[in-house]
Design a protein around this ligand. Structure first.
Ligand code: Q46
Ligand code: ZN
Ligand code: ZN
Length: 307
């Protein structure tokens, strides 16, 4: 198998793009694709400071690597959730982030917020005590992560929060939302969520990158990421839809990309319109000052009151 650009040995065959590339042409293609996504969706410019939410996994470390190599001012933020579950998940994933900085970008800034240390309880305990999420801490975890990310981004004066969501993630969420005709979610599913009162801008520069391509990039760049998923992700609905889409992709290369990108294009062209539920008004939480729609106290502060 030969690289279509230079004839050297190809390391990846991307059937969905009808493209086989050698290591260096793949890296060039990958970084170009991310750069074009950032520009197409006007995510940020080199003058902006971007906060990258890093988990120690392949997608977020790949994203951080690409942004730094493209010359963006990208700083990493890790949230220590206190998830152990026999594989010391949180400790190992934080170690991956430190290794990444030490081995690839020694000057890069990485800040870590330890939920247990800062707020007194780690995520699994907090979820158990507040009894949210039927035995899975994901609802509590999502709420806490969103709150901390937003706070750090706003206090640090960052222009945007960048997450490592890839095309497989986006296509599987789109499939879930479509099968349930979640019009409100469909209206809002986009690679950029604009800033609004007290809520930082959120961007997904890997939205057009397949998970397999992101893993290949990490591999060829020698990024030593944590291979294990969070133990609570096992059996999740998102993973179920990802498997369905993988089967579709196997029979019809490019199906995932067509599903997601055609949705974005059709919406942009005004061919599909979803009534967005009127954006509820936001007001600052009386305790922490973060925006909330839920009256006096935000959901994060109410959560800790219940613990
Ligand atoms: S980290 Fe948190 Fe995920 Fe683990 S507990 Fe669930 S939400 S699965 S992205
Ligand atoms: Zn080549
Ligand atoms: Zn609050």
């Amino acid at each position: 198998m030969k690289c279509q650009k230079c004839g050297a040995l190809a390391v990846i065959n991307m059937r969905q793009h009808r493209l086989r590339l050698c290591e260096s042409h793949f890296v060039e293609w990958f970084q170009g694709m991310v750069q074009r996504t950032i520009e197409k969706f006007e995510m940020f410019t080199p003058a902006d400071r971007v906060l990258v939410a890093v988990s120690g996994g392949k997608d977020s470390l790949t994203l951080w690597d690409v942004l730094l190599r493209l010359g963006y001012q990208a700083e990493g933020m890790y949230i220590h959730l206190g998830i152990d579950e026999a594989i010391a998940y949180s400790e190992s994933s934080l170690a991956s982030c430190h290794r990444f900085v030490a081995n690839h970008h020694p000057g890069a800034a990485l800040q870590a917020v330890d939920v247990g240390g800062k707020y007194g309880q780690a995520i699994p305990d907090l979820a158990r005590k507040t009894q949210r999420g039927r035995g899975k801490p994901c609802a509590v975890c999502g709420l806490v992560k969103r709150h901390i990310m937003n706070r750090v981004a706003r206090e640090g004066g960052f222009s945007a929060i960048a997450t490592g969501h890839n095309l497989d993630d986006e296509a599987s969420v789109l499939m879930q939302n479509t099968l349930h005709w979640q019009a409100g979610y469909l209206a809002r599913q986009a690679p950029v969520l604009l800033e609004r009162e007290g809520l930082a801008r959120k961007v997904k520069p890997l939205a057009r990158i397949y998970e397999r391509e992101s893993a290949a990039y990490a591999l060829v760049q020698g990024i030593d990421y944590i291979q294990e998923e969070c133990p609570f992700a096992r059996g999740s609905t998102t993973n179920f839809y990802k498997e369905l889409l993988d089967r579709l992709e196997l029979n019809s290369p490019g199906a995932k990309q067509q599903f997601y990108l055609s949705f974005l294009q059709a919406r942009e062209a005004g061919q599909v319109a979803f009534a967005e539920t009127a954006a509820a008004e936001l007001q600052p939480c009386s305790r922490c000052g973060q925006p909330t729609t839920a009256g006096d106290l935000c959901a994060f502060c109410r959560l800790w009151d219940r613990s």
